[in-house]
Write a protein that binds this ligand. Structure first.
Ligand code: GLU
Length: 307
């Protein structure tokens, strides 16, 4: 299959969509990003990489980091984790408070904000401090991406903390239900810090290869999670990776995937490749508008999906 040609064709086909969608501006530092950008990369099991557009450009990974924190928490806590966070689609916006109230402070899944905050809380407890938890998250991401240069964008992290009203509200509400163990402020800051990591589509397509290969990186042979855990992570990505548009993403793209409000989306084709696409303007559910279209075009043109 001529992957490069397919990516080149996709870049041409998405052009008319550039004036649609809107860059996330509830985090002011993200609101300054130029919407007119697009990059896409795939990394195959033999390490070959195909890219198009701004594949080297760093962007804020935001909620994509939730896949990696969920992976770490699952590795260390196992099924115990599900006492504190569920694994059902929420059908609600990513930052919704309503459902949390009537479900007694147990978030529906690890990929809505409340769920990811609980996951970060478990990691702070496991590593015994917020800074050690952050270092472990960064270490893990650098390992799966096979790249030690990955860092946090401090400006984005500070900008999020200055506008943290809703995430602090979610955290305090969960604390009132006894589902948060650590200090709410340092917890939310640690959560923002991992959301504010900067990566590009090449790095991210590389970093999800272990999820395409039953938990084992096919290039380095490092085992990160068990086969069963890899299955579960992919399943939660498929059913919950795009907030209240998860069904729509599965319908159009047919792959496990996870979006972030920075405009990135990662996706996994089992036994074949890792994919990442980035374009900052979002649709109404907070997922990259062009990114979703590009992935739909990719699975349509290649005939590769999990279905
Ligand atoms: N850090 C973002 C927030 O909490 C993550 C949201 C996202 O990427 O969907 O609002």
């Amino acid at each position: 299959m001529d992957y490069q040609q397919i990516l080149n064709d996709i870049e041409i086909e998405i052009q008319p969509l550039f004036d649609k969608g809107k860059v996330a501006d509830y985090i002011p530092a993200l609101g300054e990003v130029d919407a007119h950008q697009f990059g896409m990369s795939i990394t195959l099991f033999d390490g070959s990489v195909y890219s198009v557009g701004a594949a080297e450009k760093f962007f804020s990974i935001q909620s994509i980091s939730k896949v990696f924190t969920f992976t770490l928490a699952l590795k260390y806590l196992g099924a115990e984790l599900y006492k504190r966070v569920g694994r059902e689609p929420s059908g609600n916006p990513f930052n919704s408070l309503v459902q949390l109230e009537y479900e007694n402070g147990i978030p529906r899944n690890p990929f809505i904000n409340a769920g990811a905050i609980v996951i970060t809380d478990t990691l702070i407890s496991h590593y015994k401090s917020d800074s050690k938890a952050f270092d472990a998250i960064l270490d893990f991401i650098q390992s799966i991406a096979d790249d030690t240069t990955i860092t946090m964008d401090v400006v984005v992290a500070i900008s999020e903390m200055e506008h943290a009203y809703r995430n602090l509200a979610l955290t305090n509400l969960m604390k009132s239900f006894d589902n948060i163990d650590n200090n709410a402020i340092t917890l939310v800051q640690t959560y923002f810090n991992h959301c504010a990591l900067e990566m590009n589509t090449k790095m991210l397509s590389r970093s999800v290869l272990f999820l395409a290969n039953h938990g084992v990186d096919p290039i380095t042979n490092k085992a990160y999670v068990t086969k069963s855990q890899a299955k579960r992570i992919n399943a939660v990505m498929l059913t919950c990776g795009h907030y209240d548009a998860s069904g729509d993403f599965a319908f159009k793209v047919g792959l496990p995937g996870k979006s972030g409000v920075g405009g990135g989306i990662i996706a996994v084709i089992p036994q074949k490749m890792g994919i990442c696409v980035w374009s900052p303007a979002l649709n109404e559910q907070g997922n990259s508008l062009i990114g979703t279209k590009a992935l739909e075009l990719f699975t349509t043109k290649t005939g590769l999906s999990i279905f």
